[in-house]
Design a protein around this ligand. Structure first.
Ligand code: FAD
Length: 381
C-alpha cells in the first residue's frame, strides 16, 4: 500500500513490457521511479499474449531501427538479468501463392538491403517445408535473422532490475485521476495518491484514455484484436526444422512452439481497450486458412487467446513528451512489435526523460526521432 502523498521523480503507468523496461532503465540511472499497474499481475494484458518473435525486418522503418538497436541488449543483457538466453534463432519464411507474387516482389524490393533475406522457389520451399501442401506456394522470402524471444524472462528480468535499483512497483493501482498542481502530477490510485513531476504513459491499449485523463492531446490510438491458438503438429513433423511461416499478405502465420503449432489468422479487429477474448469466428477463419495452406487437419483447438495490438495511423510508436501538457511522456502505439523493440525504445525514452542525448547505438541504426515523436503530423485522427 502506497502512503498518501508519496513522492517520486517519475511515475510510470502500466507495467507491461513498455513500462517495465523504461522503469528499469530509469531506476538503473538512479532516478526515483514508481511503476503503477492496475492489475494484480504485471504482463496480464498484451505483453503476456504475444507470439514472442524478434524480427528486425518486420514493421515500419522506426520499429525496424529500434528493433536492430535492441539486439545488443537481447544478446548481452546486464549481469544477473536472466538465467537463460533471451533469444533463440528460428528461420522465417514469408510465403506467396502465384496470385500473391507481386506482394513478394514488393517486399523483396523493400528488403533489398537485408543481408539475412533471400528468395527461394516453390520447389526449394517445398523441400524445406514439407508441411506445406504441395503446390500451395510459388515462392518465398527466407530470413535467417529471426529469433524467438523468451518474453517472460525479458519482462521478469526488467522487473527484477527495476526493484534491485530501488524502484517501487505497486499493483492493483489503476490510475483513476491525474491533475497537475504546481509542477507536480497528483496521481490517484486505489492504493493511495502519488506525486511526481513527470508521468510516463505506458498504459498499452488504454494510453489514449490515460492521455485524456491528463488533458493531453489524443494520438488516435486504435487497439486491434489478434487471436492465436495452439494445435497439434501432424505425427512425424520435425518441429526443430520448421520455420516461422507467414503468409506474405499476413493472412495467417504458423510457428513451432513448445512441441505444438502456434497459429493465428493475423487478424486486426478494432476493439475498445479491454481484457479481450478470442472470437469464435477468428478461430474458424484461422483453422480454414491453416488447413488450406498446410497438410494439417485440425482436430482440436487448444487454449485460444487474444490480445490487443495498439496502433496509431502510421503504425510507428509514439515516444516523447506531450506537446500539450508539461511533464507527460508518451510511450505508446508499439502495435505488433512492442516486445522486439522494447530494449531499444526503453533506452531511447530513458535518455530523453533524463535530458541526455539519444544513445549513439540507436542513432547508428538511422532512427529519425521525428518519426516517433508525439508532435508529428497525422496523429490524433
Ligand atoms: C497475438 C499477439 C502477438 C504478438 N506478437 C508479437 C511478437 O511476436 N513480437 C513483438 O515484438 N510483439 C508482439 N505483439 C505485440 C506486443 O505484445 C505488444 O506490442 C506489447 O506487449 C505492448 O506492451 P505494452 O507494455 O505497451 O502493453 P501492455 O502489455 O498491455 O501493458 C500496458 C499495461 O498498462 C496497464 N494499465 C492500463 N491503464 C492503466 C491505468 N490507468 N493505471 C495503471 N495501469 C494501467 C495495463 O493493465 C497493462 O498491464 C503481439 C501481440 C499480440 C496480441
Amino acid at each position: 500500500m502506497a502512503e498518501t502523498g508519496t513522492f517520486f521523480d517519475i511515475a510510470v503507468i502500466g507495467a507491461g513490457i513498455a513500462g517495465a523496461s523504461v522503469a528499469a532503465e530509469l531506476s538503473g540511472a538512479g532516478i526515483r521511479t514508481v511503476l503503477l499497474e492496475q492489475e494484480s499481475q504485471p504482463g496480464y494484458h498484451t505483453t503476456g499474449r504475444s507470439a514472442a518473435v524478434y524480427s528486425p525486418i518486420y514493421g515500419p522503418q522506426p520499429i525496424r531501427a529500434l528493433t536492430r538497436a535492441a539486439l545488443g541488449f537481447f544478446q548481452t543483457p546486464p549481469d544477473g538479468f536472466c538465467q537463460r538466453p533471451l533469444l533463440s534463432p528460428i528461420d522465417a519464411a514469408f510465403i506467396a501463392r502465384t496470385d500473391q507474387l507481386h506482394h513478394l516482389e514488393a517486399m523483396q524490393q523493400d528488403l533489398a538491403d537485408a543481408k539475412t533475406v533471400h528468395r527461394v522457389t516453390g520447389a526449394e520451399l517445398q523441400e524445406r517445408l514439407p508441411l506445406l501442401r504441395a503446390g500451395y506456394a510459388a515462392a518465398a522470402l527466407w530470413d535467417t535473422g529471426t529469433s524467438e524471444i523468451d518474453v517472460a524472462a525479458l519482462h521478469q528480468g526488467y522487473l527484477r532490475m527495476f526493484k534491485a535499483h530501488g524502484g517501487v512497483l505497486i499493483t492493483r493501482a489503476g490510475v483513476t485521476a491525474l491533475s497537475r498542481v504546481a509542477d507536480l502530477w497528483q496521481i490517484e490510485t486505489p492504493q493511495g495518491a502519488i506525486a511526481a513531476p513527470v508521468v510516463v504513459n505506458a498504459a498499452g491499449a488504454w494510453a489514449d484514455a490515460l492521455g485524456q485523463m491528463a488533458g493531453a492531446e489524443r494520438i488516435g490510438l486504435t487497439p486491434k484484436r489478434r487471436t492465436a491458438l495452439m494445435i497439434d503438429a501432424p505425427d512425424g513433423t520435425d518441429l526443430r526444422k520448421l520455420p516461422l511461416t507467414i503468409d506474405i499478405e499476413e493472412q495467417f502465420y504458423l510457428k513451432p512452439d513448445a512441441g505444438k503449432l502456434l497459429v493465428s489468422p493475423a487478424n486486426e479487429d478494432p476493439e475498445p481497450p479491454c481484457d479481450v477474448q478470442p472470437d469464435e469466428m477468428d478461430i474458424a477463419i484461422c483453422v480454414d486458412r491453416i488447413e488450406r495452406a498446410f497438410g494439417v487437419c485440425v482436430k482440436r483447438v487448444e487454449s485460444p487467446w487474444a490480445g490487443l495490438r495498439s496502433f496509431v495511423a502510421d503504425k510507428a510508436p509514439v515516444v516523447g513528451f506531450s506537446k500539450q501538457v508539461d511533464g507527460f511522456y508518451w510511450l505508446a502505439g508499439q502495435g505488433g512489435y512492442g516486445i522486439q523493440s522494447a530494449p531499444g525504445i526503453a533506452q531511447y525514452a530513458a535518455a530523453e526523460l533524463r535530458g541526455a542525448a539519444v544513445p549513439a547505438h540507436i542513432l547508428a541504426e538511422n532512427l529519425d526521432p521525428a518519426s516517433i515523436c508525439p508532435a508529428r503530423a497525422g496523429l490524433g485522427q
